[in-house]
Structures are given as structure tokens and as C-alpha cells.
Design a protein around this ligand. Structure first.
Ligand SMILES: [Zn+2]
Length: 566
């Protein structure tokens, strides 16, 4: 198969995503008051409603409706006051009532969009020929300007809705705007976000790989059945696997910030299917699409789409035909395989659910939801750049997870307000580095999905450590060591440094004798440096560190060595 970069020169990939998110932060299920928990004994949280027993009547969960309205407002959707639930029929034991309750043509949230900023290596996936003309670019730029949250918070629902209309050329896809640094911004339309319920979990035992084929028995756990689930469907505006991955990441950050789900792709509370088709560059008719399943990580989403684009190109270039089918991504074998030929909507006999009255959401309800939306990741990132002087990539990382951003802000404020001679911006940047590297790294090393809260480190402790590092009282290697001890013992970093005599020596009176001694004892290396070998300075700094038993300031050693030898 040809490489993606070559394929995308000749073919345009048209990608749409369907993203399911379980509203895991709610207490109860969608249509009954069974407890929402996947960790309990199988079938502990069930009742006549979620088991579909005759005569049981569903009652919608108001907090679930609040969650989806917030999701819609945060993604620039038009909130539909009037909508209703439908029954989607199918026969399978994971849904005992033989239909899934979902929404029909009108969902709670319709016609939204998110702007993607694609930078770095990923920006190169979209070939130069895939950037539209100036007119398309200016339309997209106008749209980009209208999507800020400040507009959204003050605008009424209908004005928000109007802002995303009419700025797209659906034949060519939305127009990206290229920036000077090679990055680009592209608006991705959202068709809808609708509410539905999850099915039960089935476990197939006695066969190979836990699949139903060849299994001796199948067990069903109805605890998950009836879990509130929102499904977001994008328009087919994505053009590269990287754009798909970034869209998913951005949406995850927004949903985490809204607090509507734990958004765990690992545990399956956030799941993504991708639709992809190809068409020759310069043509507008859509090709036949395939649907990809099992894209259960950001990497799988990217790599699965990349493979499928290249596979389709190969089939089409050899004169073959793409069939509308569902395919399963197998990461270990790096291929997609057919699961089933796609069923059509008619097969589901979708009709309005007579047990659930149509909705008529009030303005008060929608405004109440809007008022509860916290500062969203894009806004927060901009504030971190402006107030804390962080680089964009760092600001984005820190702003994406509400727990991380709360920790960062507390620690950064502590370091900023501390009595110290180190420059304020240096202290804050040091906090940002320590949070991203030491704190997150330590949490990851704990395993089992541990978060920064599980490290037991307090923001004030991290702030003290950052100040010591910014003042160059300790080196970054020592900071790593102090962090580990601090996380284990809970001790204050200054105390750890003093007790263990780790304080770094930056005083020239103490460092110079060491430098002179090393210069005397390494004449060969000194000569090599004088002959133009700059790299040998690293060896000499290492000798100085050894001679000072790790306490000397390596940066100052480096400077002194260059002065003395040069
Ligand atoms: Zn129930």
C-alpha cells in the first residue's frame, strides 16, 4: 500500500465521526432511578424499567437533559426546545425490551461546530493542494471569529444558532485558514448531539478471545443497561486522521471540563466510530463510505483511519469497488476487517415512543444550563498564555483537564506570590514544567488510571519546589529526586533539601577551585575543546559535578569552564 502522504496528494479523504459518551458523573440511569455504577456485582442495579418488564414506565432523568444541553451550548449547537424520544427496534439480549430509546430526526442539540487548530507534524498531513481559495478562507475565518465563548455566553440561543450557518461549502469541505507558522485553523461542523441509552454488557465465555463465535455460554450484566449516553455526529468535514484525532481530543477536554463524564476511552465511557470515503481531488461527488469500529484510543483513531484511507485508495486504483460495510480495526495486526454489511435505517423501524411525552424546554431551563458552564478549555488556554506567559502547547495541555488546571493554578499562584529573587515568569514556567513532567509522570507511574489527586502532593508543596528550582538552589536532577521523596513522605521540599544537604552551590568562590582542579586533571579534553570540539564540555561539566559531589550548579560550571579554557 502507498503511504498516506502520497495517497492524499491524489485523493481527498472525507471523514465523519460518531462519538458516544456515557454520562458517568450522574447518580442514576436515564429512565429509572437505578444507581449508575459499573463496579457493582453484575445485575445489582436493575429494576422493571431497565429490564423492560411489561407495564414499566420510563421517566427521563432531568440531570441527563441538563448535561446534553450543556454539551450542545459548549459546542455552539442550536438547542432544540422541542424534541422527543423514539424507539429503535432490534432483537438482541443486551436490551431486554427489544428496542433502544433514542432520538429521532430532531435531537436536543443541532448544527454546532468546533474550530480545530492543527499545528506541528500533524499539520503536514493536509497537503498543500487541499487548501481552498481566498474566498473559502475568509468565510472560515469569519466563522472562526464568531465562535468565541464570550459571544456564546451573552448571545441568546437563536443568535448562537445563526452564527454557524452558511459559512461552509459542502462540496469542497470547510475552508481551512493557513497561518504563517504552517499551522492552520479549520471549522468542523457538528450535525447533532442526541440522547440515548446504553445497552447491557455481554460476556462470552468458553470460546477464543471472548468473542461470541465458539463461546460455550454468554452472560449478561444489565447494570450498564439504561446508562445515559449522548451521541455526537459530525458532518463529514474532517480531511485527515490527525484532524479526527484532534477533534476527539478537543471534545474530550470540553466534556471533562463540563463534568458530564469521566471520558475514559480505556474503560469505554467515551467511544468513537469513524466513517471514511475517498474521492479524486477536484471532484465533489461522495464515494462509498465504510464505518470503522474499535477506535478505542487516540492512536487507534488516527492509525485506523490512516490504514483505511490507504486501503480504499489501493482498491480504487486497482479498479475495485468499495462496499458500504462496517470494519473492525485490529491494532496488533494493523489492518481493518469486515464485521458486517451495513444495516439501513428502515431495519430499525424507528417510531416515536408513546411512553415518553415530547419535550418543550423552557428558556429558563436553557439559561440555567448556560449559567452552569464553567470556563471552557480554549478560554482557559488563552488566559494561561496571557496571565502566566506560558507557551501555547503547555497552556493547552494544562487547561485541558479540570483537575490538572486547578492544581496548576493553585501552585502557580503560590509560586508567584512567594518571597523569592527568581523572576516571577520563571517561577510560573517552572511550575508548569513540574506539573506536566514530574506530577503527571508520577501519577502515570502509579498505574491503574491514577490521577494527580492520587499522588498526595499538594499545590503548595509543588510551588515551594518550583521556587527552589527557579532560584537554582537545586538542579533539575535534584528536583526530580526531591519530588520523589516529597511524594513518598509528604515533607516540605525545603526541609528535604536542607536535611539531605542537597542545596546546590552557585557561588563562584566555591565553584572556581573545582573548575581549576578539573582543568588541570583533564589536559587532553581541554586541548580537544580548544581544537574546536564543543561537545567535550559536557564531559568536563560531568567531572566538575563529580568533584563537587553533585552539589555544584552545572550551568555555572559550564560557564566558568568556557571562560577559563576559552
Ligand atoms: Zn432500572
Amino acid at each position: 500500500m502507498r503511504k498516506l502522504s502520497e495517497v492524499l496528494q491524489d485523493w481527498e479523504a472525507v471523514i465523519g465521526l460518531e462519538i458516544h459518551t456515557e454520562l458517568t458523573t450522574l447518580d442514576t440511569k436515564m429512565f429509572c432511578n437505578c444507581k449508575l455504577s459499573h463496579d457493582d456485582e453484575p445485575n445489582a442495579n436493575v429494576c422493571p424499567v431497565c429490564l423492560g418488564l411489561p407495564g414499566a414506565l420510563p421517566v427521563p432523568n432531568k440531570r441527563a437533559i441538563e448535561s446534553i444541553v450543556k454539551a450542545g451550548l459548549a459546542t455552539n449547537c442550536q438547542i432544540q426546545k422541542r424534541s422527543m424520544f423514539y424507539r429503535k427496534h432490534y432483537f438482541y439480549p443486551d436490551m431486554a425490551k427489544n428496542f433502544q430509546t433514542t432520538q429521532g430526526p430532531i435531537a436536543f442539540c443541532m448544527h454546532g461546530h468546533l474550530n480545530l487548530e492543527v499545528a506541528g507534524q500533524g499539520a503536514a498531513e493536509r497537503p498543500e493542494c487541499a487548501f481552498g481559495d481566498a474566498e473559502a478562507a475568509s468565510l472560515a475565518s469569519a466563522s472562526a471569529g464568531a465562535t468565541g465563548l464570550s459571544t456564546m455566553k451573552t448571545a441568546d440561543v437563536t443568535r448562537v444558532a445563526g452564527s454557524s450557518q452558511g459559512t461552509y461549502d459542502t462540496a469542497t469541505g470547510a475552508g481551512p485558514v493557513r497561518h504563517d507558522d504552517g499551522s492552520y485553523t479549520v471549522p468542523i461542523r457538528i450535525l447533532r448531539i442526541h440522547m440515548e441509552e446504553d445497552a447491557a454488557k455481554m460476556v462470552h465465555v468458553g470460546g477464543e478471545e471472548g468473542r461470541i463465535g465458539g463461546a460455550a455460554e454468554s452472560l449478561i450484566d444489565y447494570n450498564r443497561c439504561g446508562t445515559p449516553l449522548i451521541e455526537l455526529v459530525t458532518e463529514p468535514d474532517l480531511r485527515t486522521p490527525e484532524e479526527a484525532r484532534l477533534f476527539m481530543e478537543k471534545l474530550r477536554r470540553i466534556f471533562l471540563t463540563l463534568g458530564i463524564s469521566d471520558c475514559s476511552m480505556e474503560k469505554g465511557s467515551m467511544r468513537c466510530d469513524g466513517n471514511v470515503s475517498l474521492r479524486r481531488r477536484g471532484t465533489s461527488a461522495l464515494g462509498t463510505k465504510t464505518e470503522l469500529k474499535n477506535l478505542n484510543s487516540f492512536k487507534a483513531l488516527h492509525d485506523g483511519l490512516e490504514y483505511e484511507i490507504c486501503r480504499q485508495a489501493e482498491v480504487l486504483e486497482e479498479g475495485g469497488v468499495i462496499y458500504q460495510e462496517t470494519r473492525h480495526w485490529e491494532p496488533s495486526r494493523r489492518r481493518t476487517v469486515v464485521m458486517r454489511v451495513k444495516e439501513t435505517a428502515d431495519d430499525y423501524r424507528l417510531f416515536p415512543d408513546p411512553d415518553l411525552a415530547p419535550f418543550n424546554l423552557s428558556d429558563e431551563f436553557i439559561e440555567h444550563c448556560r449559567a452552569e458552564i464553567p470556563e471552557l478549555p480554549d478560554e482557559k488556554r488563552a488566559r494561561y498564555e496571557a496571565d502566566f506567559g506560558l507557551r501555547r502547547a503547555d497552556a493547552e495541555q494544562l487547561a485541558g483537564d479540570p483537575a490538572v488546571s486547578a492544581f496548576f493554578e493553585a501552585a502557580a499562584t503560590g509560586a508567584r506570590d512567594a518571597a523569592s529573587k527568581a523572576p516571577v515568569d520563571k517561577r510560573v514556567r517552572t511550575v508548569a514544567n513540574l506539573v506536566q513532567n514530574e506530577l503527571q509522570g508520577y501519577a502515570n507511574a502509579l498505574g491503574g488510571g491514577a490521577t494527580i489527586a492520587d499522588t498526595g502532593v499538594a499545590p503548595a508543596q509543588l510551588a515551594s519546589l518550583a521556587v527552589l528550582l527557579a532560584e537554582e538552589a537545586i538542579s533539575s536532577n535534584q528536583a526530580h529526586e526531591v519530588f520523589g521523596i516529597m511524594a513518598e513522605t509528604g515533607d516540605d521540599p525545603a526541609k528535604i533539601v536542607d536535611e539531605r544537604g542537597m542545596r546546590q552551590v552557585s557561588d563562584d568562590d566555591a565553584l572556581l577551585p573545582v573548575v581549576e582542579q578539573v582543568i588541570d586533571s583533564c589536559p587532553d579534553q581541554v586541548q580537544q575543546y580548544r581544537d574546536g570540539n564543543q561537545k567535550v564540555i559536557g564531559y568536563l561539566v560531568g567531572q566538575c559535578m563529580k568533584a563537587s559531589r553533585g552539589k555544584g550548579n552545572p550551568k555555572r560550571f559550564n560557564e566558568l569552564l568556557r571562560e577559563k579554557i576559552g
